[in-house]
Design a protein around this ligand. Structure first.
Ligand SMILES: Nc1ncnc2c1ncn2[C@@H]1O[C@H](COP(=O)(O)OP(=O)(O)OP(=O)(O)O)[C@@H](O)[C@H]1O
Ligand SMILES: [Mg+2]
Length: 340
């Protein structure tokens, strides 16, 4: 089966007064039909820019400078603004961290969802639309939906607003949902409810999800696969079980270093790793993580490593995995068990 999304060698830059920001520097991945890909990585690694590149929402300064983005086999990079508008919402939906930025505070919630439906289907009558909005409110388990239709955004709690965003995102039965830290601003218990809801709706609708988060617990709970980003590059990609069992990149090792027990504490945040992220206007010549990597060798500073296959359907971008890398002190050769 063809993946719903195929991203190949994506490069995205922003022109700023300080120079060109090389936010994404050659990223490739697939999202399989009906599956969830998690994208993790610390702040500034290029997660949001990757998703905004797919949606063509890079503003006036951002541009995809190279690469290919295919939705169910159809190339998106050459699409016009108008064509992309039709694709967004209908075929690819999105949910962002702060629902308030996407909602109009002056219009009742029910009416806003109705307007969105009208945008995508002008043949629906007003009564049909109202019925559909009510159905959507029920689908995302909003209590007393008839009453809530007339409420304004500020009369909803954060969790309820995010439910409305999910309802809007799912209204047109998108093939792909891109969620960029949709639960970060919510309490842990509300987060859990929203994630459960998303999983249930995904099962019902067979939708594919690209889920961006800082929260490894969320990744473990929701995702089938995970891509780890750093410095605008995809450092490691693997199935969820494999990456937790045996991380095969020093950056992933660092991220997971202090997870106590995923079964006990489900909301462990990514751990900060000492050092600071790279300057994306003058990105380092070699591996962007090398200056912070405890295992860095000379070659790491000089050349971006090629991908190494690290198992079935998984790969990592690291010189330590090169067949010629020294075995001594190499966490992926000797004493691997100790490092994991
Ligand atoms: N509009 C913009 N203009 C210039 N630079 C930008 C713009 N948007 C993002 N960047 C830069 O691109 C890089 C990647 O940013 P991005 O927002 O994708 O990070 P992120 O991984 O989503 O981080 P976070 O976890 O904080 O959301 C960063 O260096 C950021 O400063
Ligand atoms: Mg982001």
């Amino acid at each position: 089966m063809e993946p719903i999304l195929q991203v190949r060698d994506l490069h995205t830059s922003f022109m700023t007064s300080n120079g060109e920001v090389h936010a994404v520097r050659g990223v490739s991945f697939n999202v399989e039909k009906g599956k969830t890909l998690g994208i993790v990585g610390e702040s500034g690694s290029g997660k949001s820019v990757t998703s905004l590149s797919i949606l063509k929402l890079l503003g006036t300064t951002g541009r995809v400078t190279a690469g290919s983005i295919k939705l169910d086999g159809e190339e998106l990079t050459g699409k016009s603004r108008k064509e992309m508008r039709a694709i967004r919402g209908a075929r690819i939906a999105m949910i962002f961290q702060d629902p308030m930025t996407s909602l109009n505070p002056l219009i009742p919630m029910g009416e806003q969802v109705g307007e969105m439906l009208w945008e995508h289907n002008r043949s629906m009558s007003k009564a049909e639309r109202q019925q559909k909005v009510l159905e959507l409110f029920r689908m995302v388990r909003i209590p007393e939906p008839e009453k809530r239709l007339k409420s304004y955004p500020h009369e909803f709690s954060g969790g309820m607003r995010q439910r409305v965003m999910i309802a809007m995102a799912l209204a047109c039965k998108p093939e792909l949902l891109i969620a960029d830290e949709p639960t970060t601003a919510l309490d842990v218990s509300i987060q859990d409810q929203i994630l459960k809801l998303m999983r249930a709706l995904q099962r019902e609708m067979g939708m594919s999800i690209m889920f961006i988060t800082h929260d490894l617990g969320v990744v473990a709970e929701l995702c089938d696969r995970v891509a780890v980003m750093y410095g605008g590059l995809l450092m490691e990609e693997a199935d969820i079980v494999d990456i937790f069992k045996r991380p095969m990149h020093p950056y992933t090792l660092g991220l997971m270093a202090s997870i106590p027990d995923m079964n006990q504490d489900k909301h462990v945040k990514l751990q900060p790793i000492p050092g600071s992220p790279p300057d994306m206007i003058h990105p380092p010549k070699g591996c962007p993580f090398a200056p912070r990597c405890p295992y860095a060798m000379r070659v790491c500073m000089e050349e971006i490593p090629p991908y190494a296959v690290t198992g079935e359907n998984r790969r990592s971008m690291c010189w330590l995995l090169d067949p010629e890398a020294p075995a001594a002190g190499n966490p992926f050769r000797q004493g691997r068990e100790a490092a994991v």
